[in-house]
Design a protein around this ligand. Structure first.
Ligand code: ZN
Ligand code: ZN
Length: 258
């Protein structure tokens, strides 16, 4: 059974147990790992999650707010360490802006910001705001979320038949519901309590409506800002979504199919 380990369940604001966004997808018990987002602190969260640096073969980014992407540079630095065996190839995927982001690392950090064993793939979206790619039998599909001009949410369909969707950052967006249609596990941002709702982010109620509209089998609420109490968020979401609701926290691991 594939597992998803939460490496960062919070926001950029400091909160114990809730680091910046990153989720490690492992289709098999050991073996290659895909990181969905790579916010600050991701690299240091690998060891407690039982993930070796060299297990990380793919990074898939949702957008370029620093809390979702900044550790691509820490990862590059770590992978260049002379104290490690040469790393295997790392593929990095993301929407438009990825070349500029990774190029800036080379400019600022010199060779320590460049990863010679890294393939960079900019995923273009079509007129409908959809795009994707396939790797190691995993099918990745994205949909534009409108959180930023290029931000996307991701869906992953595994060869085992298991499926996962990750909202990235989004508002209540029918394109995201369509992307997440019927997945086994939906990791959905739940930034703020209902009373503090902001545009292009979700609250417990709007995340639950998105999960209900998508007909997902299981909902994981995540990306909690400090003012959002997770247990309260779950109770509020349960008024709208009647499937199982889990709460992300750094280090939590979820089987895709329970
Ligand atoms: Zn964002
Ligand atoms: Zn965010």
């Amino acid at each position: 059974m594939a597992t998803l380990t939460v490496l960062g369940a919070g926001s950029i604001l400091p909160r114990t147990g809730y680091g910046c966004s990153s989720y490690a997808l492992r289709p098999e018990e050991s073996g290659p790992v895909t990181l969905l987002d790579c916010g600050p602190g991701t690299t240091r969260q690998l060891a407690p999650a039982g993930i070796e640096l060299h297990d990380v073969r793919r990074v898939v980014l949702s957008h370029y707010h620093t809390d979702h992407c900044l550790d691509v540079f820490a990862l590059a630095f770590a992978r260049r360490s002379p104290f490690l065996a040469p790393p295997p190839q790392l593929a990095v995927y993301g929407p438009r802006g990825l070349d500029e982001l990774l190029g800036s690392g080379g400019e600022v950090f010199g060779r320590w910001g460049r990863d010679p064993a890294r393939d960079v793939h900019v995923v273009e979206v079509d007129g409908e705001g959809r795009g994707g790619f396939e790797a190691d039998g995993l099918v990745f599909t994205c949909a534009r979320t409108l959180h930023t001009p290029n931000a996307v949410a991701w869906r992953v369909d595994l060869p085992s038949g298991e499926s996962l969707a990750y909202s990235g950052d989004t508002g209540e967006n029918p394109a995201v519901a369509e992307l997440a249609r019927g997945v086994d596990l939906f990791v959905c941002e739940c930034s703020f309590p209902d009373a503090e709702a902001v545009e292009h982010h979700l609250t417990p109620s709007s995340a639950a409506r998105l999960a209900r509209d998508a007909g997902v089998k299981r909902l994981v609420l995540s990306h909690f800002y400090p003012s959002n109490d997770p247990e309260t968020a779950r109770a509020v979401a349960a008024e709208t979504f009647d499937g199982p609701i889990e709460l992300a926290r750094d280090g939590a691991a979820f089987g895709l199919t329970g």
